[in-house]
Ligand binder design. Structure first.
Ligand SMILES: [Cu+2]
Length: 304
């Protein structure tokens, strides 16, 4: 039985590692996504031999301990304790749990929080060069603001410019500051391996470093009202040069439109009740902030 189990377990684990792992979610677009893919594969590799052992023993029991003709009226043997089985059970499960604890902790520290929201003061910080105006090589700050029912992205290093499109540069560490204007949302950038709650009055920090160019899915992952499902978009990882010229051009356009001057000064959280500029002029800047519903229009109901 042990030999059969060993062969099946090794074969299954090899299949998981070589065939399944490259297709496991959320892919390997960023360092955090790649770590998540690795973690799921490691968990599967640990769990599969256990499942195979259980199923194999199940089959063995059906055959070896089956009721034979003439035994229909007999009870099974009363068994009280088995030191070997109990010791093996306790030792094996303890080892697996202790390994999972150590492995999970290391995998949280490695990619600086594994792409999860770590609150306003992350224990595990992602290293990178900070600056108030962004140059290639600096760490990028992006504020993700959720509201019913859209996302807005604010780039403090580009004069606080705002965009409804999320674009980030490849190979640059990114700090997301996730917050909300109204109810609880959740910022989920699937292929980036980033997921962080967006709570009003809270700056929830999440890190990632994109490793590939391309698009990624963006959605709200906290039921936040009737149009929750429309908080969906695609973001983009661009080359450093493309990203920089995009950022600078949006900043210049918003400066030209006097939008930047009208925005409240950059802050880590947003409170619509204290935005004095709050009003229809701001809401109606089409092309940059979208149409109505960007900030709560004070009189109109929010249109989907
Ligand atoms: Cu939402």
């Amino acid at each position: 039985m042990l030999a059969i189990w060993l062969v099946l377990a090794v074969a299954a684990d090899l299949l998981i590692w070589l065939v399944w792992k490259p297709h496991l979610p959320p892919g390997d677009m960023t360092d955090s996504a790649k770590h998540q893919q690795f973690d799921i594969a490691v968990m599967a590799i640990i769990a599969t031999p256990v499942v195979i052992a259980v199923l194999l023993y199940f089959v063995y029991s059906i055959i070896a301990f089956r009721v034979r003709p003439g035994e229909e009226d007999l009870d099974g043997e009363p068994i009280h304790g088995n030191v070997k089985v109990q010791a093996a059970w306790i030792i094996t499960t303890s080892l697996i749990v202790m390994f999972a604890f150590a492995f999970g902790t290391i995998e949280l520290i490695g990619p600086a929080g594994a792409g999860a929201g770590e609150g306003p003061n992350p224990i595990w910080k992602l290293a990178g060069k900070q600056s108030s105006t962004w140059q290639p090589g600096d760490m990028l700050q992006v504020q993700a603001i959720g509201q019913q029912w859209t996302w807005t992205f604010r780039y403090p290093q580009f004069g606080g410019m705002e965009s409804t499109t999320l674009i980030i540069p490849v190979d640059i560490p990114v700090t997301f500051h996730v917050t909300s204007l109204d109810v609880i949302h959740s910022f989920w950038a699937y292929q980036l391996g980033v997921k962080a709650d967006a709570n009003p009055q809270v700056d929830n920090v999440a890190y990632t470093t994109p490793k590939q160019l391309g698009t990624f899915r963006l959605q709200c992952n906290e039921l936040c009202g009737i149009w929750h499902g429309s908080m969906f978009d695609y973001g983009k990882v661009e080359s450093v040069g493309d990203f920089q010229s995009w950022g600078q051009s949006v900043q210049a356009k918003e400066q030209g439109d006097s939008l930047l001057a009208a925005l409240p000064p950059y802050a880590l959280t947003y409170d619509p009740t204290v935005i004095t500029q709050f009003g229809k002029n701001l809401v109606n800047v089409i092309g940059i902030t979208g149409s109505s519903g960007y900030y709560y229009p004070p009189t109109d109901p929010v249109q989907p």
